[in-house]
Design a protein around this ligand. Structure first.
Ligand code: ADP
Length: 548
């Protein structure tokens, strides 16, 4: 028997139309570094997005599913591009502005982007790449910045504001198959070439609904979210789409991502929510410890992208800011789990739940796979590789213009599950605890040591600003942990002190013998600890290692 329900395409266009009308008064506020931020209502953003779509079609000749790239900070114009490009049927390709030049070149050529919309302040990055980007025919420049950097470049250059001025404020939006690609985002390629994940209209729509559920971020038009996570990092965790569904106001930091301006933004604009990786919250904590600011408006912060050290959560609890831990990846749109504790618990009872990666929502299925391919129990103890499946989880990777999408067997299982590369346990009530990434786990003798556990234990020490632990080769054990530590200013703590401190919470055989002080932990393009860089500096003998 067929259902009697209407078959309506779930598209980004629907989200745009809804946001710009029903939530027309909600605001996108962009930090400018000047006395006043830029403020635009959803109605204005929607109208400007419509004019941008007309300009892309009529002036730049964008047709079909051509790719339009963005090289932009989080700001009003980037939100406009987010809606204009997919709604006209083209594909939005967000470029990670922190990637090395050769990776950006590889990615743009692989996607065969025709147009790039860039912030003026990023032209020093873009201009030298252009000679290597033969598919780019147009550069559209938005916001302040020195245009002369583009003098003599091959693509045609357009001013964003001039381009969208005097365009029609309506667009005959095409009927779009909800399964077609709306946005394209490449994984950062820590191993091998970057891989393109193409989100569909449908996956974005369903994912936005999940973001808005109370068990996830659960915000409304009474909220303002400070979107620190870049729009090029998995669609800013889905926030720009989710906000247009429910009218959540957005506060966009543009290029002002340093701790001091972030603290000022929070104090002045009083967002109720924010989203960013742990590194950002570490930096902000140091800033407000030195120069106190009122952060109390933020009742909830979504933190993820790498493991949140429990000590960081405690420090923010003391400031009245609750960090809620979430897990996800580029391939999962990214929302996988979020750590809201179950009902009816005291704060002490909630704690063990809060420090997990979180609970699985109804639409994300998970399984744990052991070393021999066996499916493991959800008993909170059996550790295996996490595999997931669902309507906003990637089932293949983009094959490039004219190429076929592909399913590498180390990433997608034969029966279609995404292999996350994360190792962990799941409790009977569906809370996921990651112990490590498969490639970071320390294999010592026959046992596994979690680098993340050691880092969290170390970062609980008051004189440790940051700590990253990696596996290094060891003649006797195969691998042993090397602890690299950043101490707080003026600290005189010794390695033995730190080891004794660790011994209070960590089994003796897991304690690192090798220690090195570093000025800073190297970070990836999205602010995660870059362990391959640490392993390499160790291998190249660049670290001053002390063995206890
Ligand atoms: P990349 O793989 O380049 O770092 P992603 O942003 O897709 O790019 O990273 C996804 C990975 O980040 C996950 O597979 C996981 O290892 C890690 N991660 C994300 N959130 C968390 C979290 N809350 N705790 C621990 N690790 C996390």
């Amino acid at each position: 028997m067929l259902s009697t329900m209407q078959d309506v395409s779930l598209t980004v266009t629907r989200i745009l139309k809804h946001g710009m009308t029903i939530h027309g008064k909600s605001q996108v506020t962009t930090w400018t570094g000047e006395a006043e931020p830029q403020r635009r209502s959803f109605a204005e953003i929607g109208e400007r997005a419509t004019r941008l779509a007309n300009a892309l079609k009529d002036e730049l000749g964008v047709v079909g599913d051509q790719r339009v790239a963005t090289l932009m900070w989080n700001n009003g114009e980037h939100v406009e591009a987010y809606f204009a490009i997919p709604s006209m049927g083209a594909v939005l390709h967000t470029l990670n502005l922190r990637l090395p030049a050769e990776q950006l070149i590889w990615i743009v050529n692989h996607a065969a982007d025709r147009v790039v919309i860039a912030n003026g302040t990023l032209l020093p990055l873009l201009a030298p790449l252009l000679p290597h980007l033969p598919t780019i025919e147009h550069v559209v420049v938005a916001g302040p910045g020195d245009r002369s950097l583009l003098d003599g470049c091959a693509p045609q250059v357009h001013e964003y504001e001039e381009l969208i001025a005097d365009r029609p404020t309506t667009f005959d939006w095409p009927e779009i198959d909800e399964r077609s690609a709306a946005a394209l985002c490449y994984t950062s390629g820590t191993t091998g070439d970057p891989k393109g994940v193409a989100y569909s209209h449908r996956s974005i729509y369903l994912h936005s609904m999940q973001v808005n559920m109370a068990e996830s971020m659960g915000l409304t038009d009474q909220d303002t979210t400070l979107v620190v996570v870049p729009q090029f990092h998995v669609n800013a965790w889905g926030l720009p789409h989710a906000t247009f569904m429910t009218g959540i106001n957005m506060l966009m930091p543009d290029r002002f991502l340093q701790p001091a301006p972030l603290a000022e933004m929070i104090e002045r604009e009083r967002p109720t929510h924010a989203a960013a990786v742990p590194t950002i919250w570490q930096g902000l904590l140091a800033e407000v410890t030195a120069n106190p600011r009122d952060l109390s408006s933020m009742s909830q912060v979504t933190i993820g992208g790498s493991a949140c050290p429990p000590a960081l959560m405690e420090a923010y609890d003391r400031l009245g800011v609750r960090l809620c831990h979430a897990w996800g990846m580029t391939e999962t749109s990214p929302l996988g789990t979020m750590a809201h504790p179950p009902a009816g618990l005291t704060p002490e009872e909630e704690w063990p739940y809060r420090i997990t990666q979180g609970r699985l929502p109804a639409s994300v299925e998970a399984r744990l796979v052991g070393p021999a391919g066996e499916i493991l129990a959800w008993d909170g103890e059996s550790a295996g590789e996490l595999e997931v499946r669902g309507a906003w989880i990637a089932g293949s990777y983009y094959g490039g213009a004219g190429g076929e999408n592909f399913r590498p067997e180390d990433k997608i299982s034969e029966d279609g599950w995404l292999k996350t590369g994360d190792v962990g346990v799941i409790s009977a009530d569906g809370f996921l605890t990651l112990t490590d990434r498969a490639k970071d786990v320390i294999k010592s003798g026959g046992e596994w040591i979690s680098s993340v556990d050691l880092e969290n234990a170390l970062m609980a020490h008051p004189e440790v600003a940051e700590a990253a632990v990696v596996a290094v080769p060891d003649e006797r054990w195969g691998e042993r942990p090397l602890a690299t530590v950043v101490l707080t200013e003026g600290s005189t703590v010794s390695y033995t002190d730190l080891r004794d401190f660790l011994a209070q919470t960590v089994a003796k055989w897991q304690l690192p013998e090798r220690w090195a002080l570093v000025p800073a932990v190297p970070k990836t393009s999205v602010g995660k600890f870059d362990k391959k860089v640490i392993r390499k500096s160790y291998a190249d003998g660049e670290l001053e290692v002390t063995e206890l």
